[in-house]
Design a binder for this molecule. Sequence first.
Ligand code: NIG
Ligand code: FE
Length: 403
Amino acid sequence: MKLIGPFSQILTLAHIDFKGSIPDQALEVVKNGGVLVSNGHILEVGNFDALRRENPLVEIEEIAHKSVLLPGFVDCHTHTCFAGSRAMDFAERNAGTSYLEIAEKGGGIWSTVSQTRNAIDEDLVTLTENRVNNFLKKGITTLEIKTGYGLSVEQEMRLLKIINTLKTRSTVASTCLAAHVKPRDYEGTASEYLIHLEENLLPKIKDLTNRIDIFTEKSAFGIAESTQYLQNALKLGFTITVHADQFTSGSSQMAVKLGALSADHLEASTDEDIKILSQSETVAVALPGASLGLGEPFTPARKLLDAGACLAIASDFNPGSAPMGDLLTQASIFATFQKLTTAEVFSGLTFRAAKALNLYDIGKIGTGYKADFQSYLTDDYREILYHQGQLKPCNVWKMGILI
Ligand code: NIG
Ligand code: FE
């Protein structure tokens, strides 16, 4: 057992609901705070001096500088396992060719598939591990990583195994996105490819992941075939998530109907889609990094929150649409365009994002939660978003251990 502190402020995010808008007055700020930690979990949060008096023999991890403590961030949507670059796509898009046009010509996702298939395991492991460790330094203590750049039974299983064996202190949740696009070397239609995955991949990966994702969009998979694929995944016991309404509306409603954990992207969601999502338990995941990478509109987060949705914010880190990979910078910029309160942003980056991963013991600083947190060199939590990602965490703890 140890007592960590004192912190000028601890932002606990206690008493905030999973759904709906949040005024900043709802933020609980513990001044001169301390956290009592045992076995990687939080025993108690409160005034540092009082906790020290009540526990006179406890070991103290003393914080000498003024700082603000927050829960570690949860990045619930990334494509971190890939090789190569898509700098050529970025330049081409800015010169006027659209993301979908590049994909139709055989660039885009398919180009990363070729580069990833050509990389040996050792290189892919190193690339991915280094990226995850960089995220950890930026305060991301839990992240999701999708496959989706293998696109064959063998290659998708290889990527899942690589993701599952990464050696990093972060918690990594893997998701199978074999249904990213129909691979160019598959002879058959998109629906046939999905049936092939249902028969030959899904039954084999029950031990490797419990999450299945699909990109439902023009040039990827249609609503009817996606529905069938996801229903089969559900029957096999997987949880599901969907790349929904990125360019065309329709698939978020499918995600809700199927009880998906989350519907991610939503840049093209209509008012009707927003209403349906907001009345459901499906988490609406905004990916501002993809809007910034593609020059597309932002997800209508303000409308979603006002309608009562559970809004999470994730980086979508990937070599194509979202190469930046800086969640805090993206969330800060997103907040200025969508008029999101500090409470809404921090909730969307922590416990609300954890709900999209079906995790309920992370994302708040309170008794029973994992001791995953991060601190910033300031005595006012509002400085963090104000610096738009330029103020980085000075300390990060994973399961109570300072990294
Ligand atoms: O979430 N939209 C589909 N998938 C990714 C992009 C993947 C890529 O372009 O490599 C996304 O934006
Ligand atoms: Fe994505």
